[in-house]
Design a protein around this ligand. Structure first.
Ligand code: GLN
Length: 538
């Protein structure tokens, strides 16, 4: 079949879940046997989100091929179980960089380089790029930002041109917000009408409207929206608040959203999507009646999306272990040796979060010491793993000055140090150790048993590493290097002996955990946490 393109735009306000809607469409189409991928076009000028701090843009997600990506790519992978790459996330910065590089090379043959057609052509080329591989039946393209933003204009103009060129092979889904005015007890459709008008002014007629709402939108209100916005009544679907984002595909399917897409793109509507494994997951989530209490110690805990992939991985792992996840965020800057017991004593397991810089590191070290001494299951991720190494060096090996050179450049015991190939790097963007690397695990280690194999591959995002000069001393004292990269011998996993579950991973297991394929290390961590909780109760 010819590749079909679905464009997803948003209006009225941002943060209403374009990423979740795009992921839900992909999830349903995949469950109907189609080959699907999702890409995100972000209008900001950063070349990628890797240099943005979490206050600006939430978590930075990492693809297997080492692209620092928008966190929506995490949703795409969690919903579809299909890996994304750097081709799935393009920013205006990358578009302009490519156009300017071409101009410098002389590729435009003396022409004046302009937003239309040169920038829009570059955008169109990137939108169609994944389709050229022949690997996909559907390409879903999410346009970041909100209709009416100045910076989204070149993207929407490109969508307008492509819809014209592709006709039936393309479709536009527009997501808006329908507010409920409490004082009038009324749902208001005007913002949706305005937003669609704005899109129409740009030459784009949406085929489907998805209405985000906190209240049920009655059929007559939906019909009214259809009438005002030139869409078929059955193409106005609502997306109400649901207890978990993983219910959204089901809510969409109930309104025949997937069938409408097939019909509109000229495909036969046959059978039903195979959603049974997904429904089984949801059923488990709803039937769990016991809790597992996990604390996450990190410095960005006040931000909703800073640890998105970790939060979702824990939720998936708890669900598969028939537990309700009770996740408590603990601000690492507020933890110290005096209050740590009162803060952590009621938890079944603790996550030490990734991060950059020294803020909050002292609190992480206190939390790790508490977990090590009190045999609380603890998983350190990236900086969390590095902090485990530092804590062990200071409190078990007795090296008071032990540190990462990221925090203390001049320390004698540089147990975590800059990787050799990082020493001459001055550009910050895209230069970390990024993407999937192989890791060989020691056969009897906790992670090898969790994964059920010794050769794994997981994604990375860091500059600093365990300093191999100290490996022997650590192992002699009980911190075992149980995972290493076979090519470079970099230590990827540490495990503390005489502790039920104390594991630090230099990689980010959270990036590869999906609804239908939860990450084995998180599953095992939750199992250990459940055991710990039960032993405390006994
Ligand atoms: N700051 C540490 C490094 O660069 C850890 C990074 C992280 O936690 N992602 O190595």
């Amino acid at each position: 079949m010819e590749t079909k393109y679905i464009f997803v735009t948003g209006g009225v306000v941002s943060s209403i879940g374009k990423g979740i809607i795009s992921s839900s469409i992909a999830c349903l189409l995949k469950a109907r046997g189609f080959r699907v991928t999702i890409q995100k076009f972000d209008p900001y000028l950063n070349v990628d989100p890797g240099t943005l701090n979490p206050y600006e843009h939430g978590e930075c997600y990492v693809t297997v091929d080492g692209h620092e990506a928008d966190l929506d790519l995490g949703h795409y992978e969690r919903f579809t179980d299909i890996k994304t790459t750097r081709a799935n996330n393009i920013t205006s910065g990358r578009i302009y960089q490519a156009v300017i590089d071409k101009e410098r090379r002389g590729d435009y043959l003396g022409k004046t380089v302009q937003v239309i057609p040169h920038v829009t052509d570059e955008i169109k080329r990137r939108i169609k790029q994944l389709g050229l591989s022949g690997n996909f039946d559907f390409i879903i393209t999410e346009i970041g930002g909100t209709v009416g933003d100045i910076e989204s204009l070149p993207f929407l103009e490109s969508v307008r041109q492509l819809r014209w060129e592709m006709s039936q092979n393309s479709l536009c889904v527009h997501l808006t917000y329908v507010p409920f005015i409490q004082a009038a007890k009324e749902l208001k459709t005007k913002p949706t009408q305005h937003s669609v008008k704005k899109l129409q002014e740009l030459g784009i007629q949406p085929d489907v409207l998805v209405l985000r709402t906190e209240h049920d939108i009655p059929a007559d209100v939906r019909r009214k929206i259809a009438l005002f916005c030139n869409v078929m009544p059955e193409a106005v679907v609502q997306s109400p608040d649901v207890p978990t984002i993983y219910e959204v595909p089901i809510v969409m399917h109930r309104q025949h959203f997937d069938e409408f897409i097939l019909r509109k793109t000229g495909l036969p509507v046959e059978g039903q999507p195979h959603m049974q494994p997904w429904l089984d997951f949801l059923a488990k989530m709803h039937s769990a009646d016991k809790d597992v209490n996990i604390a996450l110690v990190g410095k960005y805990v006040e931000l909703q999306d800073a640890y998105k992939s970790i939060d979702e991985s824990l939720l998936q792992a708890a669900t598969y272990n028939d537990r309700r996840l009770r996740l408590t965020d603990i601000h690492s800057e507020r933890v110290d040796d005096r209050n740590v017991e009162s803060l952590l004593k009621d938890f079944d397991g603790v996550i030490i979060a990734p991060g950059f810089g020294s803020r909050g590191v002292a609190g992480k070290l206190s939390a790790i010491k508490y977990c090590r001494e009190n045999k609380v299951p603890v998983l350190g991720i990236c900086l969390g793993m590095q902090c485990m190494v530092i804590e062990f060096a200071r409190n078990v090996l007795g090296w008071d000055d032990a540190d990462s050179t990221e925090m203390n450049h001049a320390t004698y015991h540089n147990v975590i140090d800059l990787m050799e190939e990082q020493k001459n790097i001055s550009n910050l963007g895209g230069t970390m150790r990024l993407g999937a690397y192989d890791c060989r695990l020691a056969p009897d280690s906790i992670p090898a048993k969790a994964y059920g194999k010794t050769d794994i591959s997981e994604r990375h995002r860091h500059r600093y590493e365990f300093n191999n000069d100290y490996r022997q001393e650590f192992e002699d004292a009980g911190m075992m290097c149980v995972g290493e990269n076979p090519a470079a011998h970099l230590v990827e996993v540490v495990q503390v002996k005489d502790h039920p579950w104390m594991v630090g991973v230099q990689y980010h297991p959270e990036y590869s955990s999906t609804v239908l394929n939860p990450n084995p290390l998180f599953l095992d961590f939750i199992r250990a946490a459940i055991r710990h909780g039960e032993s405390r109760e006994a």
